[in-house]
Design a protein around this ligand. Structure first.
Ligand code: 4AD
Ligand code: MG
Length: 469
């Protein structure tokens, strides 16, 4: 049985023979001598127009019911669609009471749909987001495949907190319970060969966490496969209730060996995001329908501009200070050594640059232990990619490949060198200069489509206080 997308594809011949189509009824319109219904199977933004010259055939149809239609695919004489199905037989395979159907309402707020997230991909917009995620994944896979990267599967249950931000979820086996002493949980036990003997109270022989980032594992793989990437779920127990944060989100991460310039990493990121920008498609068109002209202009400019602006953190702070001293527009004054606030990030991308901006070389105190120290001893070889209307889309860096500096960084951040011994091995044995980045997949979808909140860029969102199914 063909999908609706296949039937509507240009070039699909009309056929005198009967075909069958499966789908759900989106709408029904009854006239005296003819009835119409739009059928969707989620394969395309457009539904298939079904025409019933035998009006009685449409009697049992209502929005939401699942049907199998038999009919003839013909060129449509009416306006609005190229093809229509002239229906000969109807089989209602799943009824749906339109009075009770939760997504049969005229006004459905974003909140209402979140409360019904098991049903909300039935709306045109959410279905479009789902298809866009699918094709975006392929766009990214093609991009990295062409650059010679290997797609790798990294673990979700891990022994470390990659970002050392204290936002990891613990994983407990039934036997572990919650009685394990918090003091013991605070720092992972040293990696030894027989942890299970030392710590039988832990299922894995040590505390286990859900991954916040695949980076450290990708670094390990990059020491053998040179260029690796993954698209993986990440979990963060952060309480930020913003339109950019989820507790469970997907990250595209890439890591490669034999790079020693931050700019190389920026170039790969720029190429990937540009591919996403150039995708097009009916899903994007539908989702961008209500976007103001100025937002669309940003995409136009970003697609054309090459390369995107690079500015150091130090220069960015200087620019922000200038603005603050003359116009006091920020709630928080920019201060060297402090994180950029989201109002600062947006100002840089929206006002100073008016396009995607790589802010590079942040102060060492603001960034995790693994970033490579610059010669100034104060900043690290890293970047955040900031984009208009969203803020941070990507973070990346060169990784510290020098044993001495890495040990110092672990000490500075009070991390237990013994638990990172495997990570030090990557430097001990053939450690090559390397770097990589992580891109929030929902944030990419949100930025590209203009869908305001990442909660609408993933089918079943999770955030602090919310996990419906
Ligand atoms: O900046 P982050 O925390 O960087 C890392 O985790 C690095 N280890 C990545 C790497 O270099 N391999 O996260 C990277 C990106 C952010 O820029 C943001 O787009 C997204 O992941 N992100 C989130 N997206 C949704 N919800 C959250 N809670 C997110 N936290 C980060
Ligand atoms: Mg970051």
């Amino acid at each position: 049985t063909p999908t609706v997308r296949q039937l509507l594809a240009p070039g699909t011949p009309s056929s005198p023979n009967s075909i069958q189509v499966n789908g759900w009824v989106k709408s029904v319109r009854r006239q005296k001598r003819v009835a119409f219904a739009v059928i969707t199977d989620g394969s395309s933004t457009e539904g298939l127009q079904a025409v019933f010259t035998d009006v009685a055939l449409a009697n049992d149809l209502a929005k939401g019911c699942a049907v199998r239609l038999t009919g003839v695919l013909a060129d449509s004489i009416g306006p609005g669609q190229a093809k229509e199905l002239q229906v000969q037989a109807v089989d209602v395979v799943g009824e749906c009471n339109p009075e009770e159907y939760p997504v049969n309402k005229r006004e459905m707020t974003v909140e209402y749909l979140r409360d019904h997230c098991h049903l909300r991909t039935r709306t045109d917009e959410m279905a479009a987001v789902m298809r866009l995620r699918d094709s975006m994944t392929r766009t990214m896979q093609d991009y990295f495949t062409n650059l010679g990267f290997t797609y790798a599967h990294t673990p979700l249950v891990v022994s470390n907190d990659c970002e050392d931000a204290g936002e990891t979820f613990r994983v407990l086996a039934p036997s572990e319970g919650i009685s394990a002493s918090p003091a013991k949980e605070a720092s992972p036990s040293p990696a030894t060969e027989r942890d299970d003997e030392k710590h039988p109270e832990h299922f894995f022989g040590r505390p286990a966490y859900l991954t916040v980032s695949s980076q450290l594992h990708l670094e390990a793989l990059a020491t053998s496969l040179s260029r690796v990437y993954t698209i993986s779920p990440c979990f963060r127990a952060e309480r930020s209730q913003t339109g950019r944060h989820l507790s469970e989100f997907w990250m595209l991460e890439a890591e490669w060996a034999f790079t020693n310039k931050v700019d190389d990493v920026c170039q790969v990121v720029e190429g990937a995001v540009r591919q996403a920008l150039l995708r097009g498609g009916t899903e994007l068109k539908l989702l961008r329908e209500t976007l103001p002209e100025e937002r669309l202009a940003v995409f136009e400019r970003a697609s054309a501009a090459q390369p995107w602006t690079r500015i150091t953190y130090t220069d960015a702070i200087r620019e922000l200070e200038k603005i603050q001293s003359t116009s006091k527009i920020f709630n928080y004054g920019p201060v060297w050594g402090q994180p950029l606030r989201s109002e600062h990030e947006r100002w840089i991308a929206e006002q100073i640059v008016q396009g995607p901006t790589f802010v590079t070389d942040y102060p060492v105190e603001l960034k995790p232990f693994y970033m490579r120290l610059n010669d100034d001893g104060k900043t690290v070889a890293c970047f955040d990619l900031l984009v208009p209307h969203l803020g941070e889309l990507v973070g990346g860096s060169l990784r510290e490949e020098r044993m001495l500096y890495l040990r110092k960084a672990l000490k500075r951040d009070q991390l237990d060198a013994a638990s990172y011994d495997w990570y030090l091995d990557l430097r001990r044995y053939g450690g090559a200069p390397h770097g990589g980045f992580g891109l929030g997949f929902e944030r990419l979808v949100s930025w590209i489509t203009g869908v305001e909140n990442v909660r609408e860029c993933i089918p079943m969102p999770r955030w602090a206080g919310r996990m419906l199914l």
